[in-house]
Write a protein that binds this ligand. Structure first.
Ligand SMILES: Cc1cc2nc3c(=O)[nH]c(=O)nc-3n(C[C@H](O)[C@H](O)[C@H](O)COP(=O)(O)OP(=O)(O)OC[C@H]3O[C@@H](n4cnc5c(N)ncnc54)[C@H](O)[C@@H]3O)c2cc1C
Length: 410
């Protein structure tokens, strides 16, 4: 069996990794370079404690305040509103407790083997700067901290350490905002995503996966429900099975296969400082401003914001300036260092906040893995594994019903 994986981000590469482990011949088709899109400049948090769907009940009130404010954590570009309205309406309807809890359970089940998988990658010799120092969630308001503790308790997360403002100051002296307290989840990890991308690309290449960069897939050729080949910028490419792993742009190729999937781009920014003058010891989530900090060897990455402005990589100067101001207010001098790099990436979003993993309903051999919103790094190994099971065995060890591609058309 030969499988063509379209898209060389972490999701596509982990699909290739698990398929090749099962002895399948795989070709990865990437229009630019592997691991250079959303999988590159993100925060690299491997944090099951906050692996939750984006549409959350509290967004019904806070998002109304945030919407249309260019410096808010969630922004919808006014000119994109008419086009996004049907998607936003679906998203809005999922901002309720029942949908959120269903999503949390599904994501937890899909990611149940995440830490084990990252341990295995390390034991195979891959080096991607995996750090096991936990995650610190920092709150300006006591009510927000109490709500998060309640959610973590509901999700069964432990151990959790509660830090008073004084304990927080002693742990992370660089934080200078006024805080109600913090929650430390010691079991969480983070890694350097660019290293993971480079290492997994090398690993699959060495395992015999053909990686073709600079190949853009335009369309499929079908015999009835059976996809025969791909029309690409490098000519026709044949395979027996196909995987669409094109991240935020997965909607376009899915439409070519008869499935109209509501996948949108949720743009995010990061700023990476080499040799920063600020010392941060733990990944930090600043709840009030929704900014994330990820300390690496010789670098600090500040990541965040969610912007709905369609599929494009335009970097909105006003928004990145506001994002930098917010971070600087909490950690003065945070961007001081040798070199500062700004980055923009498109998360793939679905209205229910869950990935789309499975076979496209109008085909018998085209599969999709997209919609990983804020959890695509932590769930890439698990997604690759369940997809390989589905393709090779026709069934998966994880219940994939919550992720079914046809759930939006039922
Ligand atoms: C600011 C920010 C912070 C984040 N932090 C975290 C985090 O801490 N932890 C976490 O788990 N997740 C995080 N994420 C989310 C994570 O980055 C994504 O979920 C993940 O990278 C998605 O991977 P992907 O392979 O689906 O997409 P991508 O990495 O975008 O890969 C898709 C690939 O498909 C290619 N492609 C598209 N169309 C075609 C075509 N027609 N033909 C050929 N190739 C094509 C693209 O060039 C691209 O390389 C963050 C995201 C952002 C924006």
């Amino acid at each position: 069996m030969r499988v063509a994986v379209i898209g060389g981000g972490l999701i596509g590469m982990f699909a290739a990794y698990h398929l090749s482990k099962r002895g399948i011949e795989v070709v990865v088709l990437e229009r630019h370079r592997t691991g250079a899109a959303c999988s590159a400049g993100n925060a690299g948090w491997i944090t099951p404690s906050i692996a939750v769907p984006v549409p959350a009940p509290h967004l019904r009130t806070t998002s109304l305040r945030w919407l249309l404010l260019p410096d808010s954590p969630l922004y919808i570009k006014p000119s994109a509103l008419p086009r996004l309205a049907p998607w936003l309406w679906k998203f809005w309807r999922h901002c309720n407790a029942e949908s959120f809890e269903h999503g949390c359970r599904a994501l937890a089940e899909l990611g149940a083997d995440t830490m084990h998988q990252f341990d295995e990658l390390e034991s195979e010799g891959l080096q991607f700067e995996q750090q096991r120092v936990g995650l610190l969630m920092v709150f300006a308001k006591q009510a927000a901290m109490d709500a998060e503790l309640k959610r973590l308790d509901w999700a069964g997360f432990e151990p959790l350490l509660r830090l008073t403002p004084e304990e927080l100051r002693a742990k992370e002296p660089a934080l200078e905002g006024r805080y109600a307290g913090a929650i430390h989840v010691p079991s969480e990890r983070h890694l350097r995503p660019e290293l993971l991308c480079a290492q997994i690309a090398t690993r699959i290449h060495d395992a015999g996966v053909e990686i073709r960069e600079g190949v853009e897939v335009h369309d499929f050729a079908f015999d009835g429900a059976h996809a025969r080949s791909l029309d690409t910028s490098s000519g026709t490419i044949h395979a027996d099975r196909f995987v669409i792993a094109t991240g935020a742009e997965a909607g376009r190729l899915s439409r070519r296969c008869g499935s109209k999937l509501p996948i949108q781009a949720g743009k995010g920014y990061s700023v990476t400082v080499d040799n920063p003058t600020t010392a941060i010891g733990t990944p930090i989530y600043l709840d009030e401003t929704k900014v994330g900090l990820a300390p690496y060897k010789g670098a600090l990455r500040v990541a965040g914001t969610m912007e709905l402005s369609g599929i494009n990589l335009r970097l909105d100067r006003r928004r990145i300036a506001a994002f930098r101001r917010n971070a600087e207010r909490e950690v003065p001098g945070i961007f001081d260092g040798d070199r500062v790099r700004e980055w923009v990436g498109m998360r793939s979003l679905t209205p229910d906040g869950l990935p789309v993993i499975g076979r496209l309903p109008k085909t018998d051999n085209v599969f999709i893995a997209s919609g990983h919103q804020m959890v695509g790094v932590k769930l890439a190994p698990s997604t690759g594994r369940v997809l390989s099971e589905l393709i090779v065995d026709g069934t998966s060890s994880v219940d994939l019903e919550p992720f079914a591609p046809d759930r939006f058309s039922r």
